[in-house]
Design a protein around this ligand. Sequence first.
Ligand code: GAL
Length: 377
Amino acid sequence: MLAATPPMGWNTWNTFGPDIDQDLVVATADALVSTGLRDAGYTYLVIDDAWMAPERSDGLLVPDPNRFPMGMEALGEEIHGRGLRFGIYSCAGTHTCERLPASYGHEDGDAATFASWGVDFLKYDYCYTAASDDAVKLYKRMGQALRATGRPIVYSICEWGTNRPWEWAASIGAHMWRTTGDIFDTWESVADIGFRRQADLHPYAGPGHWNDPDMLVVGMRGEGHVGRGGLTEAEYRTHFALWCLLAAPLMIGADVRSMDEATAELLLDADLIAINQDPLGRQAHRVSTLGHGFGEVWAKPLEDGGWAVGLFNTSDRDDELLSIGWDQIGMHNNQAATVHDLTSGVTTAGVSRSYGRRVAVHDAAVLRITPEQLTVG
Ligand code: GAL
């Protein structure tokens, strides 16, 4: 199955916007390997908007010859040669959001072009469509065109959640769908998209089809195309922990050629990635909120019968004591469980009823709770 777990990778847009070229792509491919990100699972290197020439050539989409002189097939080989997968971008309208040629009316030909370049992933946007266009029809058309190529291509749709894609996207062959407009590198944007806008979407995610709360801004620190002041270290931890619990595609947006240590450590956190990639493929749901927006507790069932739990302090002022009760995740209060507090590294066996800890302002703690065998008595 394609995208049996949430796709992981890197995308040009958040840092570079339309300012991209083949050297950036090759250098990033190298960095994904040398930093260990590829081996941690980040394998899709996606070239977002603005790779194409301003005009089609003989009816075909072609890369901008100044910025991609080697051509996309050769660039795809560079990417594949480094053990990565090749992602590209087009749009369901007549033009991309950057006003470059897009796939409306060219779906079959463009899908064939992408397949001939060795593309493994298509992000498909929704700019320059007409009000009379039917999103489901347009996305279905490209879905069929991709399938007709015979090449396994992850289909990532991006109509910003406008037409409730979680209700239909999987049935037209999409593997992931954006649930909102664009993310920015601010706490308000991350908190709004991550907490508020995902709360009802967990029933729609599963192996092969995922809600996409947009790419990561982890480590951008206010720089780059969607950089807007940046998040604190605690807030980036919350962002990454929440996206992992949401079973969200993990598409890095920061410049991985120059990541600082804290960013690399967070993006490479094997415990959090394991929660994101858990084969059961369930998305966390919100189990409780602390009054006045002070805290949120989210839980995600895991394949081993346990739970991943996120304790999030969303208050702006104080540490908060946040806890999860066994009854909130369907466990009997007497059930003994082992709690791995992944954030502190502390493991506690024989815990019953609930587990709580203090969490700092805008920070997160992630727990892995594994039921132990019931003891009699
Ligand atoms: C937006 C999309 C962004 C990026 C941009 C490119 O519609 O949400 O993620 O792809 O277009 O122009």
